[in-house]
Design a protein around this ligand. Structure first.
Ligand code: NDP
Length: 342
């Protein structure tokens, strides 16, 4: 059983050498007697920014969801898996599921109740690590539940070409909003405009004055900001929100590698001047909405009203680089590690 092991706690930018590949030769492809767990074969692993937060010694333990990884143990995260043996009455051999699993070829999941069964296989299976999994639900919850959008509103999303951002942009378009995204390269900006149908997009790395850039795209201000990056972008957005605007605080990837000394955000007083509602959320509080989400998004996929760009890396060995690369924007779209295809 090939595995990605977390070597030791990280401070600053994560490196590939913070993880290593090993092979555990003790694996038996059976669930132990008296266990009601399931043994899964991991197919697609989701490489996610929050995993960096679990790599620090003092994690951000939100009810255990973001607890620190243990040095010397297998990395874990979301994945799409096939059940190969089951001691649980609700799971059968051969069924497909998604949920938290190990970064390894096979994982014994001892609390399978938290897994989601995959019932619709007319769409790419890897989507359950992205569009139809945790990142897609995050976009759905953040946009529809937290931002309470209305037709015609002006929406801005950062990290717009990523796993979450590309879905937010397309939801905004389907809602009849004006949507602008920021991303870190020309290729990504082109993708936003030409593939995902954003009204406009810009490369934040080429803007020395983010406030001026936002004023260019939103001369009358922003109704909704879907926050993925934090830091200087957030500070500039605060100067450009409309009265009664909403900000969904989804992530702050620009701060994850220096979480204990975050970059100062100086313009918070504008929340008061403009009566802006700014709300943080965590997707795991909203899993009860998953079936409603699927009912909304599956038809959009089938009718080609939503598209999804994935950045696939091959083999478990590619896992450490796939994860580390998120922090320098090397991924174009949702980064998924393929361990096996069936
Ligand atoms: P992405 O697929 O967007 O990948 C991360 C991207 O972030 C990179 O490609 C890069 O794009 C951008 N980035 C990296 N470093 C910086 C930086 N210093 N400044 C600005 N941009 C940077 O990731 P996801 O879509 O999976 O996640 C997006 C955000 O949503 C993250 O902050 C994540 O933690 C958060 N999240 C929150 C959840 C919740 O429940 N609250 C659930 C899931 C995700 P670029 O080239 O454009 O810079």
């Amino acid at each position: 059983n090939k595995q990605v092991i977390f070597r030791d706690y990280v401070s600053g930018f994560p490196k590939e050498s913070d993880m290593y590949i090993t092979t555990d030769k003790t694996l038996h492809l059976k669930v132990p007697e008296a266990s009601n767990g399931v043994l899964v074969k991991n197919l697609y692993l989701s490489s996610d920014p929050y995993m960096r937060l679990r790599m620090q010694k003092h994690g951000v333990d939100l009810d255990g969801f973001l607890a620190s990884y243990t040095p010397g143990s297998v990395l874990s995260g979301y994945g799409v898996c096939k059940v190969v043996d089951s001691g649980h009455p609700d799971f059968k051999r051969g069924e497909l599921v998604w949920g938290i699993t190990g970064w390894e070829e096979y994982t014994l999941i001892t609390s399978p109740e938290a897994l989601f069964k995959i019932q619709h296989t007319d769409v790419p299976l890897s989507y359950y690590a992205g569009l139809l999994g945790m990142p897609g639900l995050t976009a759905y919850v953040g946009f529809y539940e937290i931002c309470t959008p209305k037709k015609g509103e002006k929406v801005f999303v950062s990290a717009a070409s990523g796993a979450v951002g590309q879905v937010v942009g397309q939801f905004a378009k389907l809602m009849g909003c004006y949507i602008v995204g920021s991303a870190g390269s020309k290729e990504k900006v082109d993708l936003l405009k030409n593939k995902f149908g954003f009204d406009d997009a810009f490369n934040y790395k080429e803007e020395h004055d983010l406030d001026a850039a936002l004023k260019r795209y939103f001369p009358e201000g922003i109704d909704i900001y879907f926050e993925n990056v934090g830091g200087k972008m957030l500070d500039a957005v605060l100067l450009n929100m409309k009265i009664h605007g909403r900000i969904a605080m989804c992530g702050m990837i620009s701060q994850y590698n220096n979480i204990h000394e975050p970059e100062g955000v100086t313009n918070l007083i504008y929340l008061i001047y403009n009566r802006v509602r700014m709300q943080g959320f965590e997707v795991f509080d909203y899993y009860h909405l998953y079936s409603k989400f699927l009912e909304t998004v599956l038809p959009y996929i089938r009718e080609r009203k939503i598209t999804y760009v994935e950045d696939i890396t091959e083999g478990l060995e590619s896992g450490p680089a796939a994860l580390v690369g998120l922090f320098s924007g090397l991924n174009i779209g949702k980064r998924v590690v393929v361990v096996a295809r069936e």
